[in-house]
Design a protein around this ligand. Structure first.
Ligand SMILES: Cc1cc2nc3c(=O)[nH]c(=O)nc-3n(C[C@H](O)[C@H](O)[C@H](O)COP(=O)(O)O)c2cc1C
Length: 304
């Protein structure tokens, strides 16, 4: 069973991935937040992330989001030029900023574009492609329109998040849609969605023996030791928090050298705790969120 760190915009940048791999041991793969074309060009920060020396200690799969064959080609080219051979295709992003422009989950409903992308993948047999998707943009059976093409396309795996895009990342998980997909998908399938404990990983592995992996986003940010614990045994809370603080301190030192000024650093470090309320408790979590100076931020973190 592969354990994958999910792409999370604003969280899983090169520094996060690097220090996560050094404090907790490497996940089986880390995915970059989606790389995109914005106002006709690549974002410099995406290029820096793809090319960072910090990528050297982990296996990285860059992810792209696109609305045309032209965007796909440009993004694939820049990723290959940055030294990567594996590329994940985001056809699941639910945010209107992307879907309204034909990217992310709206590609599931765009059979013509998906067919054209499949043809481009076949023309690049030296690269490894994977998909990250949902059942659909609005309805949970939209994937059925592209499953034949998915099955006919060479793909390393398909990650499935069982919610339609209108649900974003909340609400009931549609296990029935996931099971239907798992039955007919010809590629290795990775499950993604709402995993927060080692026990849930074991349950999923038992329930779906044909799964080849689990991808975790928010649960890994809340509990960065999740994969270690799943591979060995659960850690005591003290050990989890102690290691998390050391991971946090390494990231804070790293960002302190690169970001401009205290307020940028505070805002960046607050994202580290964004999903950690269940782990650190509401009181401390709220104090961190409210901190307006580094002294207040440090004092809130020291309560952990
Ligand atoms: C803040 C945030 C940023 C995200 N950024 C991306 C992204 O860049 N690419 C992507 O495929 N999914 C992205 N996702 C979705 C996650 O990868 C994941 O599919 C989702 O959070 C559900 O998994 P989880 O319950 O393990 O968090 C993002 C989710 C959140 C909450």
């Amino acid at each position: 069973m592969k354990l994958f760190s999910a792409p999370m915009q604003g969280h899983t940048d090169a520094a996060f991935r690097h220090f996560h791999a050094s404090f907790y041991g490497e996940a089986d793969a880390y995915f970059t937040p989606f790389v995109r074309i914005e106002r006709g060009d690549f974002r410099q920060r995406d290029l820096r992330d793809l090319r960072s020396d910090l990528n050297e200690n982990h296996y990285l799969i860059p992810q792209i989001i696109f609305n045309s064959v032209e965007e796909f080609d440009r993004l694939v080219q820049v990723i290959v030029e940055s030294g990567h051979r594996s590329i994940d295709l985001n056809i699941g992003c639910p945010f209107p900023m992307q879907t309204n422009h034909g990217r992310g989950a709206s590609v599931i409903a765009n059979v013509e574009l998906f067919n054209a992308i499949s043809a481009r993948i076949k023309e690049n047999p030296d690269l490894s492609f994977s998909l990250k998707m949902r059942p659909g943009l609005k309805n949970n059976d939209e994937w059925e329109k592209i499953i034949d093409t998915i099955n006919d396309t060479p793909l390393a795996h398909v990650t499935f998040h069982p919610r339609v895009a209108t649900q974003k990342y909340a609400g009931d998980i549609d296990f029935a849609a996931f099971e239907d997909f798992l039955k007919v998908c010809a590629h290795p399938v990775v499950y993604n969605g709402d995993i927060t404990t080692p026990a849930q990983i074991t349950e999923l592995m038992d329930k779906y023996p044909s799964l080849i992996g689990i991808m975790v986003g928010r649960g890994l940010l809340a509990r960065p030791s999740l994969f270690n614990e799943s591979l060995s045994s659960e850690w005591q809370r003290d050990k989890r928090l102690d290691t998390m603080l050391r991971f946090h301190n390494a990231l804070k030192d790293h960002y302190a050298q690169r970001l401009c000024g205290e307020s940028q650093l505070i805002e960046k470090m607050k994202t580290f705790w964004e999903f950690a309320e269940p782990e650190i408790g509401r009181k401390i979590w709220k104090a961190i969120k409210k901190a307006t100076s580094m002294a207040k931020y440090d004092s809130a973190v020291s309560m952990i």
